[in-house]
Design a protein around this ligand. Structure first.
Ligand code: B3K
Ligand code: ZN
Length: 881
């Protein structure tokens, strides 16, 4: 909770720490009500802080912990010899070499924030990134202080049989009173945010794994009893990650042991603590009966992501939190490449790329255009936890990907090698990464820096001109970037624009003497002209292939040109994109017609193109599924001057119904042709088939009849895996049919599986048939609690973010619900509350009546007497911008 008025922290104010920590010895006496932490740290004055203000002061952070005793070089300090502030402990004018011994206490069972040391289902877990370590002990809790940790854990043996921390287990044994201990040593220096401990009743799946250099590592996946039947995929993903990092980047596991622990109460997906990754159960536990294809893919990606952090994040870490994307953008890029390589085929890669583009449009572009817009490397923040965003993560990954696009795969690899050679075991900046890329390739990447410093989504406008006499095609590209809070003017970005030219027959034209059919143009000016010679006839340009930069591309395509690209583009991402453009134009027209009360109509040309694609057996099922998914309601909303959620919903529903009616036979055939009998496998081909089949089922149930309702009901009853069962239930819910009975059956069958109960809440909350009154009813369900983030997200977040036509109910009831629950969540867990608060980010884009209600909700939250910095920052920025 806020103790003093929120303070903005600026990147430009960075000063090196006055003292560095060499070693840390921690002793824990674990007790849920009162845990005693003894901390012995050796510090030495940092020569790099010379000349800075207070360079002889040792500043330790501490939050929500009680100081018991403190000794400096063996002598007890009394309160006159240090300053205990609200969140700091300062020792003025310290000698150059210091040993501090500090004893403090905390109360893990009272810690509902899930930051620091807390209790989940009776066991102890930690979460320290970004600033949770200071909630465990007094320490210079900043990432540029890297130290060697030794940890002694003591706890009741019966209640907490498993005692884990970072690195290697060096000693363990029994103590008096039924207690036991374990001593862990981490051989690598690390910042405090990578510290972790677990004291719990858990079981593990383990195996030894041979590393590339012949060493053997012990791999463990720890879960609560009863969940060992759901750890195989996480273990397999971990082994694949280790292998992939060796093969693609020559990066090896640097420890003898690597552990993953799953916990049910967790603020985000997972955490890359050195050697002891702690995971939300959602990204560990899976078996065919409980997890969907999407869950399996999520596990592979997140296990990979956290493992890859071991090099990009842990061995080379961030100098300060403004550099967060240094590790997050890079590690997301690495996990994206890993998932794509695991599929292996070009078309499979394209499907993962389409997914990434979808995420950017669904979440990052709106962030870039809203009140919380910030550069990939922010300049300021109030609460750093608010900046673990799609901009830092996903746009950050796009920035990394652009290096690879500009430098080529080999050039990018050289840059990575140089980055590790220069910075291993250091805390560095985004500029250091860019310098490694530039130096390894002898390239000037000065202008590229603007991707880190300027917020907002650039808009690239293209126009083409063909001259038959000279056989020359001239492409003009121009760029602009809308203003964002604090940045009214922008300078041109360095934008890689991958381009191909299609002939009238749909083939790719060679664009240079080497015969390349895709070239990467480098747009660096506000406006630039590119010429292509030897082009035999007027081509159709395929622009921004593979989504080569995170920009909005404008080109005045005609319907005929888009249909041509939708049929023929050899670049699957642009092929998909053409379909999205065709669909979007129609959805916007239909929305306008709904608003005007006009009759709705969908042209047959579009449906025919969808039909042809659906029937094209040369294409992977996964790609066909992607191509047939209409732009989401929120992506449509982004294209409107004034957002009208109910009209958008009606328009999109009309389009789905029309497609369902016209393509009924083809959709039924697709269901029959894409069955996956036999043992379930989450591989991309099988998942793609299920995806297409379930998409078809969803379409058909947009215009349900007895036959299709029965088809869905049978799939629900007879499914042998969660993907098919959940898809059938979702289709039934969205059809508007009475679903009380199947919903109850689903609940009864899975009430013991927390992650499936989350799905049960989420599928109801996101259905347009569920209004706010029904959500309030669901909150009364005995299985509901606000305290477990997964559960809160499944109901509240799903409603606010995935059910726009109900959340934005005209009477403002959705916003009242929002304000009430931001406050309730904030009292428990500010990080979760502040995520929920962001559902109102784009309030200024709605019709005046809705805006008035939204403003009232925001003001109500902002005016509360007790408010965390987290929520305060989000709502005050929303009201100000
Ligand atoms: N690094 C963590 C995120 C920590 C979030 C703190 N609020 C997980 C990840 O990105 O891998
Ligand atoms: Zn990460």
């Amino acid at each position: 909770m806020r103790t003093d008025s929120p303070q903005t922290i600026y990147r430009k104010d960075y000063i090196p720490p006055s003292y560095l920590v060499e070693t840390v010895e921690l002793g824990f006496d674990l007790d849920p009500a009162r845990t005693i932490v003894a901390n012995r740290i050796t510090l030495r004055h940092n020569p790099e802080s010379k000349g800075s203000k207070n360079e002889r002061d040792i500043v330790l952070h501490g939050e929500d912990i009680e100081l018991v005793a403190i000794r400096l070089n063996g002598a007890e300090l009394n309160p006159g010899q240090y300053i205990l502030g609200a969140n700091t402990l300062t020792i003025k004018k310290a000698p150059p070499n210091v040993v501090l011994e500090i004893e403090s206490t905390c109360a893990p069972e009272k810690n509902t924030t899930l930051s620091g040391l807390y209790v989940s289902n009776g066991s102890f877990y930690t979460q320290c990134e970004a600033e949770g370590f200071r909630r465990i002990t007094f320490f210079p809790d900043r990432p540029d202080v890297m130290a060697k940790f030794t940890v002694m854990l003591r706890a009741d043996k019966e209640k907490y049989p498993v005692l884990l921390s970072n690195g290697n287990l060096v000693e363990q044994g029994d103590l008096d009173d039924g207690r036991h201990y374990a001593k862990w040593e981490d051989p690598f220096r690390k910042p405090s945010y990578l510290f972790a401990l677990v004291a719990a009743r858990l079981v593990c799946q383990e195996e030894t794994f041979k590393l590339a250099d012949g060493r053997e590592a012990l791999l463990q996946v720890w879960v609560e009893e009863g969940n060992l039947d759901k750890t195989d995929y996480a273990m397999q993903s971990l082994k694949n990650s280790i292998r992939w990092d060796e093969e693609r980047w020559n990066l090896e596991l640097d420890l003898d042991r690597f552990m993953i622990v799953a916990v049910g109460d967790f603020n985000m997906g997972a955490m890359e603590n050195k050697g002891l990754n702690i995971f939300n159960t959602k990204f560990v536990l899976a078996n065919p009966a409980t997890a969907t294809d999407v869950d399996y893919a999520g596990i592979e990606a997140v296990v990979g992501h956290e493992y890859f952090h071991n090099w990009t994040g842990n061995r080379v870490t961030c100098r300060d939190w403004f550099q967060l994307s240094l590790k997050e953008g890079l590690t997301v890029f690495r996990d994206q490449e890993f998932s794509a390589d695991m599929i292996g085929t070009d078309s499979g890669r394209a499907v993962t790329r389409i997914d990434q583009v979808r995420t950017l449009r669904q979440a990052q572009f709106p962030e870039d255009a809203g009140p919380m817009a910030h550069p990939v490397r922010p300049d300021s923040f109030v609460e750093i936890n608010n900046f673990y965003t799609v901009t830092v993560y996903e746009k950050g990954a796009e920035v990394v990907r652009m290096y690879q696009t500009l430098l080529g795969r080999d050039g990018f690899r050289k840059g990575m090698d140089l980055y590790f050679a220069r910075h291993d075991e250091q805390a560095v900046t985004c500029d250091d990464f860019r310098a490694a890329m530039a130096d390894a390739n002898n390239r000037d990447l000065a202008q590229f820096e603007r991707w880190y410093s300027q917020a907002g989504t650039p808009v690239v406008t293209a126009s083409g001109e063909y001259d038959a006499a000279t056989q020359r095609y001239v492409l003009t590209l121009a760029q602009r970037c809308p203003p964002t809070p604090g940045q009214p003017e922008k300078l041109p970005f360095h934008i890689p624009v991958a381009v191909g030219l299609l002939s009238g027959s749909g083939s790719d034209l060679p664009l240079n003497p080497d015969g390349d059919t895709t070239v990467v143009l480098e747009l660096t000016e506000a406006r630039q002209v590119f010429t292509f010679d030897g082009i035999p006839a007027a081509p159709i340009p395929s622009l921004l292939r593979d989504f080569s930069a995170p920009v909005v591309l404008e080109y005045p395509y005609t319907d005929e040109e888009l249909l041509h690209l939708f049929r023929h583009d050899s670049d699957p991402v642009n092929r998909w994109e053409a379909g999205q453009r065709l669909a979007m134009a129609r959805l916007l027209k239909l929305t306008a017609a709904v608003q005007a009360g006009e009759a709705l109509d969908l042209d047959y040309t579009f449906v025919a193109a969808q039909r042809a694609l659906l029937l094209d057996d040369t294409l992977d099922a996964a790609f066909r599924e992607q191509a047939l998914i209409l732009p989401s309601e929120s992506v449509i909303a982004d294209q409107m001057e004034i957002v009208d959620p109910q009209a958008i919903h009606q328009a999109r529903q009309f389009m789905r119904r029309t497609i369902a009616v016209i393509l009924r036979t083809e959709l039924l055939n697709a269901i029959a042709a894409n069955q996956t009998p036999g043992e379930y496998s989450p591989d991309a081909v099988s998942a793609g088939k299920r995806g297409l089949k379930n998409l078809a089922l969803g379409y058909l149930l947009a215009a349900p009849d007895a036959f299709t309702l029965d088809l869905a009901r049978r799939q629900f009853d007879e499914a042998t895996n969660m993907t098919d069962r959940a898809a059938a239930l979702v289709a039934l819910i969205h059809s508007g049919a009475d679903v009380e009975e199947p919903l109850q059956a689903f609940y009864d069958q899975f009430k013991g599986e927390a992650l499936v109960v989350d799905k049960w809440f989420a599928m109801q909350a996101s259905a347009p048939t569920t209004d706010v009154a029904r959500v309030r009813e669901l909150m009364q369900h005995p299985a509901f609690t606000l305290r477990t983030p997964n559960r809160a997200r499944s109901l509240l977040f799903s409603f606010a973010n995935a059910n726009p036509s109900q959340f934005h109910a005209k009477d403002g009831s959705g916003y009242e619900f929002w304000a009430e629950h931001v406050a309730k969540l904030d009292a428990l867990n500010p990080q979760v509350a502040s995520r929920f608060a962001r559902s109102m980010d784009r309030w200024r884009r709605y019709a005046p009546e809705l805006q008035a209600n939204m403003r009232r909700g925001l003001e109500q939250v902002a005016g509360a007497t007790k408010l965390s910095n987290d929520v305060m920052e989000v709502v005050s920025k929303a009201l100000a911008n």
